[in-house]
Design a protein around this ligand. Structure first.
Ligand code: UDP
Ligand code: MG
Length: 320
């Protein structure tokens, strides 16, 4: 049988005092079973990443750590948002001996009982295991439709998102290190993980209602995450400006013909034709020029991200 792995379960927490006791109890219970059957090592940890909470969250984390050293935590100096909370947790875990990390929301809406299936895929050699929700029953109609449209839109922009995947996923130690080598400030982890490559697989899980407390994902945070995803992966919106310019140029040619005919028929006021033709023509030239400049600005933007060019996934022997 395979050696037990050192697993770090990373839970981002922002003002989660109402659910933390319940979630930690469930996680510990699962850990006891997994350690018992030899799946994970007793060096495994449950790591809370406190995203600058303003309630008793950090106190509860320190209490939990004092009660049982399976629990540990880090605390960000201020609220940085869910993406940074899970990222900092994963990087910390990878630096402290984790062989693999699984991120899961602290409210445990995502079914924690799926963890053994993630580990099974890891044992089969996957570096990345995506959690994909089996349905969106618990979401409001608004969230359901906007989320589905968003995934479609992102894919059409060429970003390789896994449909309906959540931030419930397993990354191996080397996958976390690869992720950490992306130096960009605007982290859209859902887009970066598929971008890295590596052997991956999917685990389906069920989403439940939140048991206590309220959602920490305000509409503002959701919109900002969505915009982040679009702008950090695509310069297509800039291209739209150039395309618009070409569209206007075509209209301007039509307008030119129409105005010239009117001019010849003598049904126009003096000077009108010249002005109308100039407005349309100059407008299109300006938009096209903006598009051309935008193309360079966009490329400069992509270059400044300084993204890693490749990762090696396998090699023969010691490379000699
Ligand atoms: N969260 C966070 N920082 C934030 C907002 C949320 O770390 O600024 C955490 C939160 O504590 C939870 C997870 O992100 O563990 C998901 O948030 P929530 O359950 O409120 O979102 P929803 O399930 O409603 O989408
Ligand atoms: Mg939730």
């Amino acid at each position: 049988m395979a050696e037990p792995v050192i697993l770090y379960l990373v839970m981002p927490c922002y003002n989660e005092e109402e659910v933390l006791r319940m979630s930690s109890g469930k996680a510990l219970d699962l850990y006891a079973r997994l350690i018992d059957n030899g799946t994970i090592s007793s060096d495994s940890r449950i790591l809370f990443s406190d995203d600058g909470s303003k309630d008793r969250t950090w106190e509860i984390i320190t209490e939990l750590h004092a009660e049982n050293e399976t629990f540990c935590g880090i605390r960000l100096s201020k609220n940085r948002g869910h993406q940074i909370a899970i990222y900092s947790g994963m990087v910390y875990a990878a630096e402290h001996g984790a062989e693999c990390v699984i991120t899961i929301d602290a409210d445990l809406q995502q079914d924690i009982e799926a963890v053994p299936r993630f580990l099974q895929k890891y044992a089969e050699g996957c570096d990345i295991v995506y959690g994909v929700r089996d349905s969106r029953d618990t979401d409001s109609l608004f969230k359901k439709t906007t989320a589905t449209m968003y995934y479609k839109f992102m894919r059409s922009l060429g970003c390789d998102l896994i449909e309906q995947s959540a931030d419930y996923r397993l990354l191996s130690n080397r996958a976390v290190k690869a992720l950490a080598s992306y130096k960009e400030n605007n982290l859209f982890i859902r887009g970066l993980v598929p971008e890295m490559g590596f052997k991956s697989d999917i685990v389906y899980f069920h989403v439940k209602e939140r048991e206590a407390g309220s959602s920490k994902y305000t509409l503002k945070k959701m919109v900002s995450l969505a915009l982040n995803g679009i702008t950090s992966f695509s310069i297509q919106p800039i291209r739209l400006v150039g395309l618009l310019g070409v569209g206007v140029l075509i209209v301007s040619v039509v307008m030119m013909i129409v105005t010239l005919i009117d001019h010849i028929r003598g049904v126009t006021v003096a000077g009108w034709s010249t002005i109308v033709i100039s407005i349309w023509f100059l407008g299109s030239i300006q938009l096209i020029s903006l598009g051309v400049i935008g193309e360079y600005v966009g490329r400069t933007y992509m270059e400044t991200k300084n993204r890693p060019r490749y990762f090696i996934s396998d090699e023969t022997g010691d490379g000699k």
